[in-house]
Design a protein around this ligand. Sequence first.
Ligand code: ZN
Length: 348
Amino acid sequence: MIEFRIEKKRARLHDPRKDFALAEIESEVRYDPLTGESARICHFALKAPPPTEIGAIVELSHGHCPFCPERVETVTPRFPEDLVPGGRLRRGAALVAPNLFPYDDVSAIAVLGRDHFVPMDRVPAQLVIDGLTAARDFMRLAQKQVEGGEGFGILTWNYMPPAGATQVHPHMQVIVSRNPGNALRRALESAARYRDRFGRCFHAELLHAERTRGERWIGEAGAVAWLAPFTPTGLLGDVAAVFRERATVVDLSDADIADFAHSLVRILAALAERSLWSFNLCLMPAPFGERPERHWLTAKLLPRIYLNPKLHVSDVAYLHLLLEERFAMLYPEEVAAALRPALGGHPA
Ligand SMILES: [Zn+2]
């Protein structure tokens, strides 16, 4: 029922690097087994991003950071009392406050801890646990604000400027909305069609197929299964986690959050070993209150880079933004093999 469809492409050219000998260069177009949307994968020489002066970025951003402990209480807004008693919600070292630049009815920021900069190879699991717990508990309060139909609690984390983070200080975005965004809406519609057609949850079938095949399987911890998506989104290969039998962030138990956090920080450290230092993370849910019968909560982790830091070359261009075509330079099977040891597995 799950189909992993690949079209091979072969470009023919006379290669100036080989005295203009005729060469064939292979690439692939793959089709997402859920939505049918396509993605391109090609082999470029770039296996890791060029080095960037991270120290200079951290130094530049430190003096006026709104999330550092000496400022966070005075410059972040407060929620009305009827939404969050006390105005802000704290769990451990995490603090949820309104986004000063909201883009929905309920638009919040979760500030993660007191340290201005947390290197990607040393993210403490407790930092993630506190952030997710605070976001989950905030969503439980805010979900009643969504009127007239289904609501979604979406958690994202843009880490460092290549990922679009305007603050270096670690922080997540939390929105509670009737508008899940185009990608999640399409995924949910496709999952509903899959369930109607085959009578099963797509994600249950996907995990079964990927675990059996093994080439894109990274590992698992409790209810959380990690794999490299068959159709990657980012240039250097992305990673996904599926929460078995959980539909939304508010469904997560403390144990689920801990299992996810401990495996996430190991994966981040393994990515950092490959000179990566920025990422987007998004937890994509079903609507509040839905049973885990068509869609299981999925985390998408996308490493981000400057293709060329000296020229400020971004890693997204017309393919991603205008043609909505994913484009990767690493094959998911290579990504999974490289990350498997981080979760205790053996390299392929
Ligand atoms: Zn700071």
